[in-house]
Design a protein around this ligand. Structure first.
Ligand SMILES: Cc1cc2nc3c(=O)[nH]c(=O)nc-3n(C[C@H](O)[C@H](O)[C@H](O)COP(=O)(O)OP(=O)(O)OC[C@H]3O[C@@H](n4cnc5c(N)ncnc54)[C@H](O)[C@@H]3O)c2cc1C
Length: 461
């Protein structure tokens, strides 16, 4: 009887273009396993919104595996312990998995390979993180040259088809997903999620097909929160239900600005992984000197800062575009990219609150919460990253709202303002038409800007 092969799944929940499945299937019967690992030391626990997604994504994968008369084994615990136990139970000696860049996954990979044969493959990104280097042989720190190098290297993408899977003679026991309590209860805050999303590879491919069909206007449309102008594939990509190479492949041969800009966005995702491979603590440490000393107001010691942070989280800052974004995030676990930038900048600059508080809130509330992308974007907005906007470049939320025509978006997410027309809806305070149930601004734009610049000057001094 051929020896069974374990496929260790993490955020690579698909069958096609998934080298761990392809290679394992060529070597013997396959045992796919997903381990809910909240126990490995320094493991970053998955946020609540991601858990909602995970539940549905695993259900979808179970269905996909059932087409092959295969199963998904669920286990909970430290990855290395669980895999070693599973190998003992089944006689398997080899574990196949895709290489991850998150520091906790890298340490789990080391722990597994100390006990079993672990075969790691690339498949989460367009190119293996770390494979692109500058002329001097060092990893890239700046996005644009990284993107140019990636575009040059990625010419023609071959995809792996879904493999044929055979089953082991006996299936090992599996946990019941219901016992994992991944879904919220009392209160069920995820009702909006179910309306907005269908997790799983099938839905991801449908979304890709519909979106890639008409990428012409993407360059302009992606900036406008009031329309459905972006792919909304980020959670599918994060959980690996679709591979970035499948997306690249779908747009290959398409010319023009739309497809080009879309591929550049995919390059940002690779770039973020490339940074986290170089700087594993990128989600926890500012990478420009002088940012951690005295610049921020600390919500742990400053009551007003704590109240401001809460108002930001709840979408009650008095800035309609920020509040619309934060309420969209709470309602469906996702926020438009332009609005993410505005809301993040507002927290860090107008409210002078350390970017890590925002990063943590996004981590818990986004269905696409992704350690490399989240860290890279927060550091970019804050001016603390290795390739960042300057701190002193402060976004004006009210004019951004007008510029990117966010009126309809605001009316959708901030019902108190749904009766206001443009231009009042962008800035009800200055037009004296703020409805009573809509909060006053936490701080005026000019005042916030000056406070931020002064704090920056003081911290530098
Ligand atoms: C403060 C902040 C935090 C963010 N946190 C995350 C996060 O946790 N997870 C996440 O996936 N994205 C994050 N982003 C990036 C971006 O907002 C989302 O990827 C995008 O909004 C997803 O929507 P979409 O799939 O419709 O994007 P599209 O415009 O359709 O882009 C296609 C894909 O490209 C990738 N992409 C696009 N923009 C970026 C970017 N700036 N950085 C990295 N990848 C990008 C995503 O995988 C996205 O699905 C963050 C941005 C900001 C400003």
């Amino acid at each position: 009887m051929p020896v069974p092969q374990i496929v260790w799944l993490r955020r690579d929940l698909r069958l096609a273009d998934q080298p761990a499945f392809t290679i394992a299937a060529a070597q013997g019967p396959v045992i796919p396993v997903y381990i809910l690992d909240d126990e490995t030391p320094r493991h970053r626990r998955m946020g609540a919104a991601s858990r909602w997604w995970l539940h549905h994504s695993l259900k979808a994968l179970e269905k996909d595996l059932a087409r092959h008369h295969s199963r998904l084994i669920l286990r909970r615990g430290k990855s290395a312990d669980v895999l070693a136990a599973l190998a003992d139970e089944t006689g398997a000696t080899t574990v196949h998995a895709l290489r991850h860049v998150e520091p906790w996954w890298r340490s789990a990979e080391r722990a597994v390979s100390a006990r079993l044969e672990l075969c790691l493959y690339d498949g989460l990104y367009l190119l293996p993180p770390g494979s692109l280097t500058t002329g001097g042989g060092t990893p890239y720190k700046i996005f644009t040259p990284f993107k140019n190098a990636l575009f040059e290297r990625l010419d023609g993408v071959d995809l792996l088809p879904e493999p044929v899977l055979s089953s082991p003679e006996d299936w090992p026991a599996s946990d019941k997903m219901a016992d994992w309590d991944l879904l919220p209860r009392n209160p069920d805050w995820a009702r909006g999620f179910a309306e907005a999303w269908t997790p799983g590879s099938l839905a991801a491919h449908k979304r890709m097909d519909a979106f890639a069909d008409d990428l012409g206007p993407y360059r302009q449309d992606r900036e406008l929160p009031s329309i459905d102008g972006t792919s909304r594939l980020s959670p599918h990509l994060h959980f690996g239900e679709i591979s970035p190479r499948q997306l690249w492949h779908a747009t290959e041969g398409m010319t023009g600005e739309g497809p080009g800009f879309f591929r550049a966005e995919l390059a940002w995702r690779d770039y973020a992984a490339n940074l986290v491979l170089q700087f594993p603590d990128y989600g926890a440490r500012s990478y420009r000197d002088g940012y951690d000393d005295g610049l921020w107001r600390d919500p742990q010691t400053d009551e007003q800062a704590a109240a401001d942070l809460k108002a930001w989280q709840q979408g009650r800052t008095g800035y309609p575009i920020v509040d619309a974004g934060m309420r969209q995030l709470w309602d469906c676990g996702w926020m438009h990219n332009r609005v993410r930038m505005i809301a993040a900048s507002f927290l860090v600059k107008h409210l002078l609150i350390d970017w890590r508080h925002g990063e943590r809130w996004f981590w818990d509330t986004l269905v696409d919460a992704d350690y490399p992308s989240n860290a890279t974007n927060w550091q970019w907005v804050s001016g603390t990253g290795v390739d960042s906007n300057m701190f002193v470049r402060i976004m004006a939320p009210l004019s951004q709202s007008e510029k990117f025509d966010a009126g309809e978006y605001i009316r959708q997410w901030v019902p108190e303002l749904s009766g206001l027309d443009d231009p009042y809806v962008h800035d009800p305070a200055s037009h004296f038409c703020r409805p009573e149930d809509y909060p006053a601004q936490l701080i005026g734009h000019r005042e916030g800007r000056e406070r931020a610049l002064e704090s920056y000057r003081n911290s530098k001094a």
